[in-house]
Design a binder for this molecule. Structure first.
Ligand code: HEC
Ligand code: HEC
Ligand code: HEC
Ligand code: HEC
Ligand code: HEC
Length: 250
C-alpha cells in the first residue's frame, strides 16, 4: 500500500506492485494462524494454495479441449445465410444427391453452389408462399443470384481441387462431416495445413469405395486400414508426392 501526505490528509492509493501482493499474502496467511481453529486454518490454507492452482489447471484444460481454437476458426458454429437452407431436410429427409446442387464436384476444383433455378424447380410447386423463401422468390424475380455466405474458405495461396479427392476415394463427409444431420451448414474440420497433411501422409486411414463417396453417413469399417491399403493400390493414389509443398502452394 502506498500512502502519501497531501495537505495533511493521508491518501491511500491502491496499487498492486509485487511487494504489495506479497504483503497481502503474508497478512492472509498470518490471519489464518491467529483467528481460526486448527481445522478451519487448514481449510483456509488449502483454499489459498489450491484455488489459484485449480484455476490455472482448468484454464489449461479448456484450452486443450480446443474450444478456443474452434471459436477462433469458426468451427462447429452455424453461419447466418440469406435463406436458412437445411441439408438435414433436403439431404437427410428428401434424400437429394449432393451432385444435384453441387454440380462441379466431380469434374472441377470447385463443388459450386446451386443457382436459384435449382431451388425454384421444386419451390415453384411446394412451400411457394413460405416467408422464409422470400429471398428465393426475390432473387428469381430480379434474376440476381442469392448471396450465400461461405462456410469454408481457404486462404488464396492454397490450391485445392475437389475432383481429384472424389476420384481417389475421399468422401464428402470425411472433410465436411455428416451434412444430413445439419439444419444449418457448418465447418467440422479446421482446414489447417496439418489437417490436410495428416491425410496426405496416411491416406489409407480415410479412403472409401467410390460407390460411398456421396453417402453422408458412411462409417469406417473395423478393418479400415486393410481396406484403405487396397484402395490406395486400386485407385493408384500417388502417396509419395502428397507432401510436396508445391502441390498445395503453386
Ligand atoms: C438441394 C440442394 C443441395 C443439396 C442436395 C446439397 N447441398 Fe450442400 N449446399 C446447398 C446450398 C444452397 C448451400 C449454401 C448454403 C449453406 O451453406 O448452407 C450448400 C452448402 C454446402 C456446403 C458449404 C459450402 C461453403 O460455403 O463452404 C457444403 C460443404 C455442402 N453444401 C456439402 C453438401 C454435401 C456433402 C451434400 C450431399 C451429401 C450436399 N451439400 C447436398 C445446397 C445443397
Ligand atoms: C427436389 C426438390 C427441392 C429442391 C431442389 C429444393 N427444395 Fe427446399 N424443400 C423441398 C421440400 C419438399 C421441402 C419441405 C421439407 C419438409 O418440410 O420436410 C423444402 C423445404 C425448404 C425450406 C423450409 C423448410 C426447411 O427448414 O428446410 C427452405 C427454406 C428451403 N426448402 C429452401 C430451399 C433452397 C434455398 C433451395 C435451393 C438451394 C431448395 N430449397 C431446393 C424441396 C426442394
Ligand atoms: C479433402 C477434403 C474435401 C472433400 C473430400 C470434399 N471437400 Fe468440399 N471443400 C473442401 C475445402 C478445403 C473447401 C474450401 C475450398 C476453398 O476455400 O477454396 C471446400 C468447399 C466446398 C464447397 C463450397 C463451394 C466450393 O466449391 O468451394 C462445397 C459446396 C463443397 N465443398 C461440397 C463438397 C461435396 C458435395 C463433396 C463430396 C462430393 C466435397 N465437398 C468433398 C474440402 C473437401
Ligand atoms: C482425407 C484425406 C485427404 C485430406 C483431408 C486432404 N487430401 Fe488432398 N489428396 C488426398 C488424396 C487421396 C489425393 C490424391 C493423390 C493422387 O493424386 O493420387 C489428394 C490430392 C491433392 C492434391 C493434388 C491435386 C492434383 O491436381 O494433383 C491437392 C492440391 C490437394 N490434395 C490439396 C489438399 C488440401 C489443400 C487439403 C486441405 C485443405 C487436402 N488436400 C486435404 C487426400 C486428402
Ligand atoms: C496438402 C496441402 C499442403 C501442403 C502439401 C503444404 N501446405 Fe502449407 N498450407 C496448407 C494450407 C491449407 C494452409 C493454410 C493454413 C491455415 O489457413 O491455417 C497452409 C499454410 C502455409 C503457410 C502459411 C503460414 C501458416 O502456417 O499459416 C506456410 C508458410 C506454408 N503453408 C508452407 C508450407 C511448406 C514449406 C510446405 C512444404 C513442406 C507446405 N506448406 C506444404 C496446405 C499445404
Amino acid at each position: 500500500m502506498f500512502a502519501a501526505r497531501r495537505g495533511g490528509i493521508a491518501v491511500v492509493r491502491p496499487s498492486f506492485r509485487r511487494a504489495d501482493r506479497l504483503a497481502w499474502c503474508t497478512i492472509l496467511w498470518g490471519l489464518s494462524l491467529q483467528q481460526f481453529s486448527r481445522s478451519s486454518t487448514l481449510a483456509l490454507r488449502v483454499i489459498l494454495v489450491a484455488g489459484p492452482l485449480l484455476a490455472i489447471l482448468a484454464g489449461t484444460a479448456l484450452a486443450y479441449a480446443g474450444s478456443w481454437s474452434d471459436w477462433a476458426n469458426r468451427r462447429l458454429a452455424p453461419i447466418e445465410q440469406p435463406v436458412p437452407f437445411s441439408h438435414e431436410h433436403h439431404v437427410g429427409g428428401l434424400g437429394i444427391d449432393c451432385r444435384y446442387c453441387h454440380t462441379g464436384v466431380e469434374t472441377s476444383p470447385f463443388a459450386g453452389l446451386p443457382p436459384t433455378q435449382t431451388c425454384v424447380a421444386c419451390h415453384s410447386q411446394m412451400w411457394i408462399h413460405a416467408p422464409m423463401l422470400e429471398p428465393v422468390r426475390q432473387s428469381w424475380a430480379d434474376q440476381k443470384p442469392l448471396q450465400w455466405n461461405r462456410v469454408h474458405d481457404l486462404p488464396d495461396y492454397v490450391y485445392f481441387d475437389h475432383s481429384i479427392h472424389v476420384a481417389k476415394g475421399v468422401g464428402c463427409s470425411t472433410c465436411h462431416g455428416d451434412v444430413s444431420k445439419m439444419p444449418l451448414e457448418m465447418k467440422v474440420a479446421s482446414l489447417e495445413m496439418r489437417w490436410c497433411l495428416e491425410c496426405h501422409r496416411n491416406p489409407e486411414r480415410h479412403l472409401r469405395p467410390r460407390s460411398e463417396i456421396f453417402n453422408p453417413s458412411w462409417k469406417e469399417p473395423a478393418d479400415q486400414l486393410a481396406q484403405g491399403r487396397k484402395l490406395v493400390e486400386l485407385y493408384h493414389v500417388q502417396k509419395d508426392q502428397l507432401t510436396n509443398c508445391s502441390l498445395c502452394h503453386r
